[in-house]
Design a binder for this molecule. Structure first.
Ligand code: ATP
Ligand code: MG
Length: 408
């Protein structure tokens, strides 16, 4: 198979930046990063595309940049959808077994049923993730294939997205001359890139703190338990600084990135920095403690809201592997410690992993979603290839059986 056919592209449409990560799946099944494109986005707010034209224009540029770096053409992408447009719920359905033994076809049937049961006019199902299977009276099964029984049930997490949002997304990508290979809930993509299987098994929450919003995904027993989002992110910290310091937003953003600390305790008592005020000709020395106070307040609020959401879902007790933070706003010094104080759990910074190639360019929390989308693409490609080889050997077996029947 040629190089082009093993290419996967993840496209993250964020409220701060649009980025594309181009990967090539190696013969060992690894994702080798060969290109990246990233530009600031203006047409997206909290995951919602509010300006189609400027979003299309930005996507076209990002894809061009990525094509030049990768030296390939891009015509299809794995794209993320996030924020309030994504909904998750659990459902339980069951089917009568045709034969006495569970086959992969029965599993597919029960998953399809979970998918269709939760589908509505307003929401379309993106993912059905089995939590556990039930075979007659036996519950808690991870894989019932080959077991004997009469009724197969599944308890699954169903993740869906708003139909108009999906329509807009497809329209935007169509205008950018890109085929949508799959739409993936953004938190699932970020989790794919930064969480370890052990963390998913033990129970963990991943917080992707972006620009206009923060996304929450909770895992336990190896599967997704909850997905939701908060309408606060790094841009709110910038806004608070702009108001508190009476400074332009661009100056507030510079100060946040250059001098920002999530905890005041990390700042020396006497330190000052020069801040360019609104309409002021000369910059003013401003105590860093004051800047820290503004930031700490908002950071604490983001983590407290996330904790509250997790407690509401009764999932706090299951977080044995603690908390992982990622996304552009997670890189500020002191963020993990600030989260530890609020959650009273161990916290680590999540960087995109399980990749090779140009890892230096994408191994930062800002690219967790885009890398995760490309990793999803890699998983799908390998699934399809494995399916094909099973299929073709099955085909060969059938052809041989037919040939033998003719002669014997
Ligand atoms: N060095 C830094 N220190 C502090 N904050 C930072 C730093 N770098 C980026 N940020 C903040 O991260 C945020 C953007 O994060 P990210 O790129 O993950 O967002 P996004 O994916 O585009 O948006 P969203 O996920 O909200 O749709 C912005 O608020 C930006 O100011
Ligand atoms: Mg994001």
């Amino acid at each position: 198979m040629g190089k082009y056919n093993r290419q996967v592209v993840g496209l993250d449409l964020g409220s701060s930046k649009i980025s594309a990560v181009v990967g090539e799946v190696t013969s060992e099944g690894e994702l080798e990063i060969i290109g990246i494109g990233s530009r600031s986005s203006k047409g997206i707010r909290k995951g919602v595309i509010v300006d189609i034209n400027s979003t299309v224009a930005a996507i076209v540029k990002v894809i061009e940049d990525a094509e030049i770096m990768a030296g390939t053409a891009i015509d299809a992408v794995y794209v993320g959808l996030g924020g309030s447009l994504v909904d998750s719920q659990t459902t339980e359905v069951s089917v009568e077994l045709a034969a006495k033994e569970v086959t992969p076809r029965d599993i597919q049937q029960v998953i399809d049923m979970a998918r269709s049961q939760t589908q509505s006019d307003r929401y379309e199902t993106l993912h059905v993730i089995p939590i556990e299977y039930r075979l007659d009276e036996e519950t808690g099964l991870a894989s019932p294939i080959g077991r004997r029984g009469t009724k197969l049930g599944v308890w699954a997490q169903v993740i869906s997205a708003s139909v108009p949002a999906i329509d807009t997304l497809i329209k935007v990508l169509d205008q950018a001359k890109l085929e949508v290979q799959e739409i993936i809930a953004q938190p699932l993509a970020s989790a794919r890139a930064v969480l370890t299987p052990e963390e998913r098994d033990l129970g963990v929450v991943l917080l992707d703190i972006g620009g206009g919003m923060s996304e929450i995904i909770v895992y336990g027993g190896g599967t997704v338990r909850h997905i939701s989002s908060l309408a606060v992110g790094g841009n709110h910290i910038t806004h608070d600084l702009a108001v508190g310091l009476r400074a332009p937003v661009a100056e507030a953003e510079r100060i946040k990135k250059q001098y920002g600390r999530a905890l005041q305790s990390l700042i020396g008592a006497e330190e000052t920095i020069d801040v360019q005020g609104l309409g002021a000709k000369e910059s003013q020395p401003t105590p860093r403690k004051f800047i820290g106070e503004i930031i700490e307040c908002r950071v604490e609020e983001i983590f407290a809201l996330a904790l509250h959401r997790i407690q509401q879902q009764d999932l706090y007790g299951g977080l044995s592997a603690g908390v992982v933070i990622t996304g552009g706003a997670s890189v500020m010094a002191g963020m993990a410690r600030a989260a530890e104080t609020v959650f009273e759990l161990p916290v680590r910074l999540g960087l995109p992993a399980q990749i090779s190639g140009l890892t230096d360019l994408v191994n930062i929390p800002m690219y967790a979603t885009a890398v995760g989308l490309a990793l999803y693409g890699r998983d799908r490609l390998l699934e399809v290839e494995a399916g094909h080889s099973r299929h073709s050997s099955g085909g060969m077996y059938q052809r041989m059986a037919a040939w033998l029947q003719r002669f014997f």
